[in-house]
Design a protein around this ligand. Structure first.
Ligand code: GLV
Ligand code: MN
Ligand code: MN
Length: 427
C-alpha cells in the first residue's frame, strides 16, 4: 500500500532526532534513562506523533506510553507493537527507539488509508528495558505482562533515589504500578522490531531476520568487602584489599565462559559492565569493590551452571584472601521462544519483501521475552552496520528500515486476513 510518507525512513529520521538533547540527558552523547527529563521530552513528542498517526495516547501506570488505533469494533482485542524508548549511557540512536518509531509508521499507514481492522493496533514505548538507571531491567514490560513484583519500587539508582521516588517526581503513583497489567484477551499478540545488535544479517547480506528465541539471562551484583586504609603506609602483606580479589573474579568469569567446560555451549557469554572501588581515591585502599555480572545463554540450564561455577570461584577467592563477599541476584529472565504461528506469519511477510526469512536467536534481551507471559510474541530483526550496538556508532539504512516497515505492514495484513479472532499459533 502507499502511505504518503517515507515509511520506515521516517522512523529512522525520528530516532536520529531523538539522539540529542532534549531527548538525551547529555549534550555530548545519547543517554535517555527511565523517568528523566529526556524520557519526558521523548514521551511528549511520541504522544504528538501517535495522535497524528490516528491513535489515542495515554501514559500507563508503569510509565509506558501506549497509543491505540481502534479496530472496526471499538474495544476489540489489540495487536501490540513496540519496543523501549530508554537507552544505555552513550548508546546508539536505534536500540529500542527504532521499534517504537516503526510501530507508529505502521499504524499511520493504516490510518492514512482509513482502514479499520478486525482488531485494534496499539503502539507502545516501554519506559525501561535497559536497566541503565535502576539495577533490574524490564520492570515496565513486566508491569504490562502482570508479572512485576511491586518490591522493584525499593530499587535505588546511583544517586540513591528509589524507583518509588522517581515515579512520584515524574507524576506517577508508585502504589499503582501493577495497574499497568493488561487483562487476558485484551492483547492477543505482540510484535517487536529491533536492530539485530549482532553481525549475522550483515554477513549474510540480508536486511531482515526473524527471531526464533531470546536467550536466558541473569544479572548479579558482587561485593567484596575488605578494610579501607592508607595507600602509602599499609604494607602489602597487611592489607585486606578487595581490588585484586575483584580483578581475579573478573578473570574467573571470563575463564568460565571462554575456556571452561561450559565455554561454547548454548552461546554462553559473561560480562562485567560496571566495577566500582569504594570510596574511590588514588590514595585509599578500597574498603569494598562492587561489580555487576551479566551472564547469558540460550538455555537457563547452561546460564545457571555458569553462574554456579563463577560463584564458587568468587567464594574461593574471598576465602583465600580473607575477605567477606556477597553475590546478589538482581534479575533472572528465562529463555523465551517466539510463538511459532506468529513467527511463520512474520517470515511470510519478510519473504514478501524479497526474503529469505532468516531465523536467528537473540543474545540481547528484549521486552518481548517478558511480554511472552501475556501473549504470543514475534520479533523482527533489522540489519545494523558492523553488528555494532550499545555504542554511538550504531547505524541502519533508510532502505532496510523501509523494508522492515513494509514487512510489519504485511504481517498485520496477514493477521487481519485470518479474521476477527486471529489464531496466533501454539507458541
Ligand atoms: C538489552 O540491551 C540487553 O540485552 O541487556
Ligand atoms: Mn540495549
Ligand atoms: Mn534494545
Amino acid at each position: 500500500m502507499t502511505q504518503g510518507f517515507e515509511i520506515g525512513a521516517r522512523a529512522k529520521a525520528r530516532c536520529d532526532l531523538m539522539g540529542a538533547a532534549p531527548f538525551s540527558e547529555a549534550d555530548d552523547m545519547l543517554v535517555r534513562r527511565f523517568l528523566t527529563s529526556a524520557h519526558k521530552a521523548a514521551l511528549d513528542t511520541l504522544k504528538f506523533w501517535m495522535e497524528e498517526a490516528g491513535m489515542s495516547a495515554r501514559l500507563d501506570a508503569a510509565g509506558n506510553l501506549v497509543g491505540r488505533y481502534e479496530g472496526a469494533t471499538p474495544g476489540a482485542p489489540a495487536l501490540l507493537i513496540g519496543s523501549h524508548i530508554d537507552s544505555v549511557r552513550n548508546g546508539g540512536r536505534y536500540d529500542g527507539a527504532l521499534g517504537v518509531m516503526l510501530a507508529i509508521d505502521v499504524i499511520e499507514a493504516f490510518h492514512r488509508q482509513g482502514r479499520r481492522l478486525h482488531f485494534a493496533i496499539e503502539a507502545i514505548a516501554f519506559g525501561d528495558e535497559e536497566g541503565s538507571r535502576f539495577p533490574a531491567s524490564m520492570a515496565c514490560s513486566r508491569a504490562v505482562a502482570g508479572t512485576v513484583d511491586p518490591k522493584v519500587m525499593e530499587m535505588t539508582d546511583a544517586e540513591g533515589t528509589s524507583l518509588a521516588q522517581a515515579f512520584a517526581a515524574f507524576g506517577l503513583d508508585p502504589t499503582r504500578l501493577t495497574e499497568a497489567a493488561r487483562k487476558p484477551g485484551e492483547v492477543f499478540a505482540f510484535l517487536e522490531a529491533h536492530i539485530e545488535q549482532g553481525p549475522v544479517l550483515e554477513a549474510e547480506g540480508l536486511a531482515l531476520g526473524v527471531v526464533s528465541a531470546i536467550a536466558a539471562q541473569k544479572r548479579l551484583m558482587v561485593r567484596f568487602k575488605g578494610m579501607a586504609g592508607h595507600a602509602g603506609t599499609t604494607p602489602m602483606g597487611l592489607r585486606k584489599d578487595p581490588g585484586p580479589a575483584a580483578a581475579e573474579a573478573v578473570l574467573a568469569l571470563e575463564r568460565v565462559c571462554r575456556e571452561g567446560p561450559l565455554a561454547g555451549t548454548d552461546g554462553l557469554v559473561g560480562t562485567v559492565g560496571r566495577l566500582t572501588a569504594l570510596p574511590g581515591a588514588f590514595n585509599v585502599i578500597p574498603g569494598a569493590v562492587e561489580f555487576s555480572m551479566d551472564i547469558r545463554a540460550e538455555t537457563s540450564a547452561t546460564r545457571d551452571a555458569a553462574v554456579e561455577a563463577v560463584t564458587a570461584e568468587i567464594e574461593a577467592i574471598a576465602a583465600r584472601r580473607g575477605l567477606a563477599v556477597s553475590v546478589t541476584l538482581m534479575q533472572a529472565l528465562a529463555e523465551s521462544p517466539c510463538d511459532t504461528g506468529l513467527t511463520d506469519l512474520l517470515s511470510a511477510a519478510v519473504a514478501d519483501q524479497g526474503g529469505p526469512a532468516r531465523r536467528l536467536p537473540s543474545g540481547a534481551g528484549h521486552d518481548a521475552m517478558v511480554i511472552a507471559d501475556l501473549c504470543p510474541t514475534a520479533m523482527l530483526f533489522i540489519r545494523c552496520e558492523g553488528g555494532i550496538s550499545h555504542n554511538p556508532a550504531e547505524a541502519v539504512t533508510d532502505s532496510d528500515c523501509a523494508l522492515a516497515a513494509q514487512a510489519m505492514v504485511g504481517f498485520v495484513e496477514r493477521l487481519a486476513a485470518q479474521g476477527p479472532r486471529p489464531s496466533t499459533g501454539s507458541g
